[in-house]
Design a protein around this ligand. Structure first.
Ligand SMILES: CC(C)(COP(=O)(O)OP(=O)(O)OC[C@H]1O[C@@H](n2cnc3c(N)ncnc32)[C@H](O)[C@@H]1OP(=O)(O)O)[C@@H](O)C(=O)NCCC(=O)NCCS
Length: 330
């Protein structure tokens, strides 16, 4: 196939899991190669939703063969683009990217013409920064470069967490591992930590208690981003244990890789070493649990967080883009 070949685009809801499975298997291999993530659980969730016709999006067909797909999910008046991927079989990266760009164009046109839809968010973690910017910028999206960082755990000393389950904090309160009831305490620390923050511009879930609960549900109860690891997820709780000052959530994204899906500290407790301690406790916990490395993502503009991660030994492996569009209703 060359970029000149005419593709057909059909609604994703015309397809069943078996049509998309080979494409998702190929995509899973690319996740493994680029990010060391095991994407197979996420792929099988996507296939379940495709089978139930729950996802909106498009499939690109090259002479009847499935060569790419894009999907989004709706959350009230917002759409989140979950993924775009085109097969690399027998074609070069540039041609595959061309298919992805056409899929993006189709979906953006549909979304921007959907009555009542006020906001579209996308984070294309698999794809390098800038690769898909053109259709997004042309459609009025703002781009936010984000970093994918990794820290090697081989030289981490796990002794701080081997001996104890709780650690007193000099400012009052204590560090302890995540327990199920933290699910109800976590929204408050997340919404307060992200008030006026660049990340709540990109992802408006952080702005409300209901959005934060949806975020937590995806991370903690649902394998939306790896398998949640409560043993490596730590909080700083106040002395009564009824309030959290800070938290870190960690999931396992492959047999040997942990991923920090959330870290935040209440503004009044920032800059006191809490974030650093949460990261150290998580690293030691994941090392004990057989992991080789920990990854996380951070918005490039979030200089305080990037600085902290780099001090702790996290190194940039990949740059990708988050995109945001909202309808100007003035
Ligand atoms: C990022 C966050 C979790 C860090 O937690 P924290 O408790 O404030 O961080 P700490 O006090 O442990 O450490 C801050 C470290 O970063 C360094 N740092 C702070 N601002 C910095 C900057 N602009 N550039 C470089 N380093 C910076 C500090 O010097 C300190 O290093 P030190 O321990 O060697 O002195 C916290 O600021 C937060 O919740 N921010 C809002 C939510 C957020 O951005 N989360 C991360 C999303 S990826």
């Amino acid at each position: 196939m060359t970029s000149a070949v005419q593709l057909d685009f059909l609604d994703l809801r015309h397809f069943s899991a078996q049509h998309l499975r080979p494409l998702l298997e190929e995509e899973s291999a690319l996740w493994r190669q680029r990010l060391r993530w095991d994407y197979r659980n996420s792929a099988s969730l996507v296939l379940q939703y495709v089978e139930s016709h729950l996802l909106s999006g498009y499939v690109a067909l090259d002479q009847g063969r499935v060569s790419g797909y894009i999907f989004c999910v709706y959350e009230s008046n917002k759409a989140v683009i979950g993924d775009v991927f085109a097969s690399r079989h027998g074609i070069d990266e540039e041609t595959a990217t061309g298919v992805e760009l056409q899929l993006i164009d189709r979906l953006l046109e549909t979304l921007q013409h959907t009555p009542g839809l006020r906001r579209v968010e996308a984070q294309l973690l698999l794809h390098p920064h800038g690769m898909h910017r053109e259709p997004f910028e042309r459609s009025g999206f703002q781009l936010y470069p984000r970093l994918f960082l990794e820290m090697n755990l081989r030289n981490i000393d796990p002794s701080p967490v081997l001996a104890q389950d709780e650690i007193e904090w000099a400012g009052g309160g204590r560090y302890r591992r995540w327990v199920a009831s933290d699910f109800d305490l976590a929204p408050q620390v997340i919404t307060s930590s992200y008030a006026g923050h660049i990340d709540s511009e990109i992802n408006d879930q952080y702005l409300s208690a209901s959005g934060t609960q949806r975020f937590l549900h995806n991370i903690v109860r649902f394998p939306g981003c790896g398998i949640f690891e409560p043993e490596a997820s730590w909080v700083l709780a106040d002395p009564s244990d009824h309030k959290l000052y800070g938290l870190l959530l960690c999931s396992r994204v492959s047999a040997e890789i942990g991923h920090v899906t959330q870290i935040c500290v209440l503004p009044e407790f920032q800059g006191k070493g809490v974030g650093r301690k949460l990261l150290e406790l998580c690293s030691a916990s994941m090392q004990i649990r057989g992991c080789e490395a920990i990854t996380l993502t951070v918005t490039e503009q979030n200089l305080a967080a990037v600085g902290l991660y780099q001090k702790l030994g996290y190194r940039v492996q990949h740059r990708f883009d988050a995109m945001l569009w909202f309808r100007d209703t003035r």
